[in-house]
Ligand binder design. Structure first.
Ligand SMILES: *[C@@H]1O[C@H](CO)[C@@H](O)[C@H](O)[C@H]1NC(C)=O
Ligand SMILES: *[C@@H]1O[C@H](CO)[C@@H](O)[C@H](O)[C@H]1NC(C)=O
Ligand SMILES: *[C@@H]1O[C@H](CO)[C@@H](O)[C@H](O)[C@H]1NC(C)=O
Ligand SMILES: *[C@@H]1O[C@H](CO)[C@@H](O)[C@H](O)[C@H]1NC(C)=O
Length: 959
């Protein structure tokens, strides 16, 4: 039996939700034999009730954690006192848990604290009720808890507590937390009797002055910490805190305090911290205001509206060390009151309206360590403003309007460690800091400094911020880079144009040079900077970066490689920049930094036809190109003959590029008015771009010997004729682009030697006839574009021989609907549908209407046997000869005229009439074999088919 009990208890402790069920089933028998249990954690279980007297037998229980459950009613937790009715007599329940010292009920849903809700826990010391929804409490809620020392009611919805609420616990209570409620009412004598309480937190409530009087805190004689911040107080009376002689911390910030009565704090002789920040104080013009605070070391008066301070107000605050007067309305000069604060170490006068710090009252203060004057209106500094401040180490003069500082102004404080002058209007820093031998940090960023030299800063300086100035060079006239100790330099957002070895001290560790105009980094700039860890060169003007510009002294194995950021520069990735990509993968020498933003580096390439700019890491080796005019390999004996193997001459009106290993050799003659293929294309060319020219005919052997050429672009060049053997010699050719030309016929011999061809573009030509064997030799062909031509019947099932085909385009051709053709063609289309990328636009034509789509389903019974095919073909041809028709039309007219004349003559000379009856058509046919089609076009004009054709023609013309 015992073991089951333990098992169940384990379940109870560790299982969520299930725990509750178990408790209900086994009720109070359950925990009989677990006397030694000291702590129960039932948090996060979703529990809403616990049976009465469940914990009665646990005689050693010390803490019960019921936080984060669903309790909404104090009675249901089972610690309430109950009247037992045994017949007539009634008595209080006997079950008391006399050991429990802590109960955590935070994060539940309690709404009301009811009568004797926890009274069975007679020895309770700590009761946490924070983060519930308690809005009301009965006066007797805490009855029976005579030992309670800590009560946390914070983060509830209390508006007030009944007057006698604390009476049962008044002798024991030490800490009371009421913050984050909505308490606006404090009954008189609410806290009476709580003479042992140390900590009272009432911050974030709505307490106003009408509920605070002489008696409110009168009996809280032991208070050490009192937090009244974030309330609605608007003044401090002289008697409010009169009995808190032990008080050490008093928080009154974020109220609306406008006035402090004389002697208001005079009893608080032990006060260590007084926070009056974020109030509405305007004038501290009574000398008695802070009287009695003789030991106070820390006074916070920031974020008020203080304009006036009585000059003797701090006279007896002889212990004051930290005084914060920032964000007030102090005008012109520093108030005289500081002349009495002889112990002052930190004085914060930032964000006031002080314009003059000559003869300031803090002068002569032997202890002053830090002086903060940020965000004032100080104009110029002259010698003498920092006299008699022997201990001063930190000066903050940021965000003022300082334009000039007299030379040697800071010589009065030679022991200075930190100096901030950022966000001013300084233009010259010559001879200002040289004598500050102990200076460690100097911030002169966001000024207007034009000229910087390392001679301007003390040798010992370790941290220098000069960002956002107008500096164009990190000058080092005296070459002191090895004497300096500078480790961190922020020189970003300047106008620096170049870097050399002397630009950075040898001691440098972190240097920010981003957002400058750096376009040149000299070799060895970073050599000898042994402690370098990080360099930011982003957002500069670097186009070319030599590998040795980033060279480092060998980095020891135990040290990580320095991290460089170099992205956001307009890098020209030519053949000299290839190293950068290689360094990403192989950087084992430990003599070059780690480029951490390599993924963001964009490359601009000289040969723009490739995607440009492109991320460096995506670029291929063959993208890193440099142009050349001519080149002769070192082992070559270069001759003067045209086809000489190793002499590389870039043809006229072309631009040529090579990569580092001469593996890529691009000849670019695009769109440059060539009418013939330029002679002397380099023998080693791997790519030739001849597109956009006007080359009528490609003659035989044009490319002979170019055995490395892989890519040939001849598109858009008005090519009409390809000869036998035109492409002979291009044994390595992989890509041939002949699209957008005027080719009409493929005879079959054009591509017979191009055995390595994988891509062939013939689209947008005028091809109407293709020999069956045209593509037979192209066994490796993968991509073929034949769309936008005039092909009527080509036995497309021949493509079965090109077994590597991946994509083929065939649409926008007037394929024949004739049965003998369309039946096998359609079969083939269906079997290769996955290859035909434009299959859904395929159409066939069989009469003079527009095309019939072959997909999704061409009704095969609608094929035609009419021999309209030839006519169709001719009709498409006809479109090419419009100018000829104009001429022949004119001819026809002339002939007709002649005919009429002959007729008339005949009419007059009847004798010869028998021979003159030949039809005009016949005559015309004799003169021009195309006249037949000419008449045909006249008969079809206006038909839908014809309109469609005309549209198409316009389309073709555009190319
Ligand atoms: C707690 O109560 C039990 C009886 O229920 C008693 O024997 C024991 O002495 C009490 N312990 C304390 C510390 O009061
Ligand atoms: C300063 O203290 C002296 C005696 O300790 C007292 O006479 C004087 O009134 C005090 N002054 C102020 C301004 O509180
Ligand atoms: C680098 O750092 C080490 C250790 O902090 C230091 O001793 C050494 O002087 C530094 N080197 C330079 C060149 O400043
Ligand atoms: C092209 O070559 C073929 C044989 O390969 C030949 O029959 C044909 O006449 C040649 N055509 C021309 C124009 O040379």
């Amino acid at each position: 039996m015992q073991s089951t009990n333990y098992l169940i208890l384990l379940l109870l402790l560790f299982w969520t939700n299930l725990g509750l069920v178990v408790v209900n089933c086994y009720s109070s028998d359950l925990i009989q034999d677990t006397r030694s249990l000291e702590s129960i954690d039932l948090s996060n279980n979703g529990m809403s009730t616990i049976p009465d007297e469940l914990f009665c037998q646990l005689s050693n229980l010390a803490t019960i954690n019921l936080s984060n459950n669903q309790f909404s009613d104090v009675v249901s937790i089972g610690f309430s006192a109950k009247r037992k009715n045994n017949g007539q007599t009634s008595s209080w329940s006997h079950c008391t848990i006399n050991t429990t010292v802590q109960l955590d009920l935070s994060y539940n849903r309690l709404k009301v604290l009811t009568d004797r809700g926890f009274s069975t826990l007679t020895h309770l010391k700590v009761l946490r009720l924070n983060n519930n929804r308690i809005s009301r409490a009965e006066e007797s809620s805490l009855n029976g808890l005579s030992e309670l020392a800590l009560l946390d009611l914070s983060n509830n919805e209390l508006v007030a507590l009944p007057p006698g609420f604390f009476t049962p616990i008044k002798a024991s209570l030490r800490e009371l937390y009421l913050q984050n409620n909505s308490i606006s009412v404090l009954p008189p004598f609410q806290f009476n009797g709580l003479q042992w309480i140390h900590v009272l937190n009432m911050s974030h409530n709505e307490i106003a002055n009408n509920w605070i009087n002489t008696d409110t805190f009168a009996e809280l004689r032991s208070l050490v910490t009192l937090d009244l911040s974030y309330n609605q107080l608007n003044k401090i009376d002289s008697s409010t805190f009169r009995s808190q002689t032990r008080l050490e911390e008093l928080y009154l910030h974020h109220n609306k305090i406008e006035s402090i009565a004389d002697h208001a704090f005079s009893s608080l002789s032990n006060l260590q911290t007084l926070v009056l920040s974020y109030n509405h104080l305007n004038k501290l013009d009574s000398v008695e205001c802070f009287s009695g605070l003789n030991k106070l070391p820390s006074l916070h008066l920031d974020h008020n509206r203080i304009e006036q301070i009585h000059s003797e107000i701090f006279r007896n605050l002889t212990n004051l060390m930290d005084l914060n007067l920032s964000h007030n309305w102090l005008k012109k000069s520093v108030p005289g009151a500081m002349s009495w604060t002889h112990s002052l170490r930190n004085l914060d006068l930032s964000y006031n309206f002080i314009s003059d710090i000559g003869n300031a009252s803090y002068q002569g203060n032997a202890q002053l360590y830090s002086l903060d004057l940020e965000g004032n209106q100080i104009n110029n500094l002259s010698r003498g403003v920092f006299t008699d401040l022997p201990f001063l180490r930190i000066i903050n003069l940021a965000k003022n309007q300082i334009e000039t500082i007299e030379e040697a102004t800071f010589d009065d404080v030679p022991a200075l460690h930190v100096l901030r002058l950022d966000s001013n209007s300084l233009s010259n820093i010559n001879n200002l800091f040289n004598n500050l031998r102990d200076l460690l940090m100097l911030n002169i960023s966001a000024n207007k400094i034009v000229w910087f030299d390392y001679a301007h800063i003390p040798y010992g300086l370790q941290w220098l911020d000069i960002h956002d100035n107008l500096i164009d060079s990190l000058a080092n006239h005296f070459e002191v880079q090895s004497s300096l100790r500078l480790t961190t330099l922020d020189a970003s957002h300047n106008r620096i144009t170049h870097l050399s070895k002397a630009s950075l001290p040898n001691s440098i560790e972190v240097v920010l040079l981003n957002n400058n105009l750096i376009n040149r980094i000299e070799l060895s700039t970073f050599l000898g900077k042994q402690n370098l860890t990080r360099v930011d060169l982003t957002n500069n003007r670097l186009t070319i970066l030599h590998m040795n510009a980033l060279r480092l002294s060998k980095v020891a194995l135990r040290r990580p490689l320095p991290e460089f950021n170099i992205s956001k520069n307009p890098f020209q990735c030519d053949c000299n920049m290839e190293w950068l990509q290689k360094m990403v993968t192989t950087n084992e020498s430990r003599q070059y930094p780690k480029i951490v933003d390599v993924n963001q580096i964009m490359c601009d390439f000289v040969f723009k036809k490739k995607v440009s700019p492109m991320p460096l890491i995506q670029a291929d080796m063959s993208n890193f190109l440099c142009p050349y005019k001519s080149h002769c390999f070192t082992l070559c004996h270069c001759c003067d003959f045209d086809a000489c193997d190793c002499e590389m001459m870039c043809p006229e009106n072309c631009v040529c590029y090579y990569d580092q290993g001469w593996n890529t050799n691009i000849v670019d003659c695009s769109a440059n008015g060539h009418t013939v293929v330029p002679p002397r294309i380099p023998m080693d060319a791997t790519e030739l771009h001849l597109d956009g020219n006007n080359i009528d005919m490609l003659s035989s052997h044009t490319f002979i010997g170019r055995k490395y050429m892989k890519i040939l672009h001849l598109n858009n060049s008005n090519i009409l004729t390809i000869n036998n053997r035109t492409f002979n010699g291009l044994i390595a050719l992989e890509v041939l682009n002949l699209s957008h030309n005027r080719l009409r016929t493929l005879h079959g011999y054009e591509f017979e030697r191009l055995v390595n061809l994988t891509e062939l573009y013939l689209d947008h030509n005028r091809i109407s006839s293709i020999a069956n064997n045209t593509f037979a030799a192209l066994t490796l062909l993968q991509i073929l574009h034949l769309d936008h031509n005039y092909i009527v019947e080509f036995e497309i099932w021949n493509f079965n021989m090109n077994s590597h085909l991946l994509t083929i385009k065939l649409a926008a051709n007037p394929w024949s609907c004739e049965c003998h053709y369309i039946e096998p063609a359609l079969d083939w289309v269906h079997s290769k549908i996955h290859l035909i990328s434009d299959a859904r636009y395929l159409e066939c034509y069989y009469n003079e209407t527009s095309g019939i789509p072959l997909l999704p389903k061409f009704n095969i019974s609608s094929c035609t046997n009419l021999s309209a095919r030839k006519m169709l073909a001719q009709r498409f041809q006809v479109e090419n000869f419009v100018p000829i028709f104009v001429i022949s039309g004119a001819l026809l007219v002339i002939i007709v005229v002649i005919f009429i004349v002959i007729l008339i003559i005949n009419f007059f000379f009847k004798g010869e009439s028998s021979r003159a009856h030949a039809s005009p058509q016949t005559i015309h046919k004799h003169l021009n074999p195309l006249a037949h089609t000419h008449s045909l076009i006249h008969t079809t004009r206006g038909s839908v088919f014809n309109d469609d054709l005309r549209n198409k023609r316009n389309e073709w013309r555009k190319c």
